[in-house]
Design a protein around this ligand. Structure first.
Ligand code: SF4
Ligand code: SF4
Length: 168
């Protein structure tokens, strides 16, 4: 099977995922710690920003983000094209679990809902669990959509692509 066999259907609708949030307990994230959440609740916390799919390098104990994205990121929707198969296909694709959220140095963006909740912050006003809209992440400027990005396959030296975006 080639990598292309995993590509998602072009008609995938991010709003359909957000509509499913209606089935969850209202404001569950205010009553439960991350470790108490069930699978659906955990998945719903992901705002779909795509920022964890940027390549990063560690320099002097600090994670620096680059604007080079994983080759399987759909830069329009900011969704993974191979989500169900990502760990089989991409060696360094990380599962977002508690260990990942708590790892130091921090490598998730500071807007990431998992990191925010685990560090005592609330969800931002633009989060789809608050707005009921998948598009609110893009409209608020918090996703990768519309940013200057480069496919990792075109990168020679990641140090040339370090970015200092405020939300990383
Ligand atoms: S950074 Fe966090 S919220 Fe954004 S896509 Fe990754 S896991 Fe989801
Ligand atoms: S394979 Fe992993 S790093 Fe690449 S786009 Fe998918 S989730 Fe992101």
């Amino acid at each position: 099977m080639s990598n292309d066999d995993y590509i998602i259907n072009e008609s995938y609708d991010p709003q359909a995922r957000v509509d499913e949030f209606q089935k969850l307990e209202p404001e569950f994230w205010k009553r439960k710690k991350l470790e108490e959440m069930n699978k659906d609740e955990w998945e719903a916390l992901c705002d779909g920003c795509g920022k964890c799919c940027l390549n990063k390098i560690e320099i002097k104990g600090k994670i620096r983000f680059t604007n080079a994205h994983c080759r399987f990121l759909d830069c329009q929707s900011c969704l993974c094209k191979i989500y169900e198969h990502r760990f089989e296909v991409v060696d360094d694709c990380r599962d977002i679990d508690l260990n990942a959220v708590r790892e130091k140095p921090r490598w998730l963006p500071k807007t990431c809902a998992y990191w925010l909740l685990d560090n005592g912050y609330d969800l931002p006003a633009w989060h789809p669990l608050i707005t009921g809209k998948a598009a609110s992440v893009v409209e608020s400027g918090n996703s990768l959509s519309g940013r200057e990005l480069i496919n990792e396959t075109k990168v020679d030296d990641y140090e040339n692509y370090i970015v200092d975006w405020q939300d990383l």
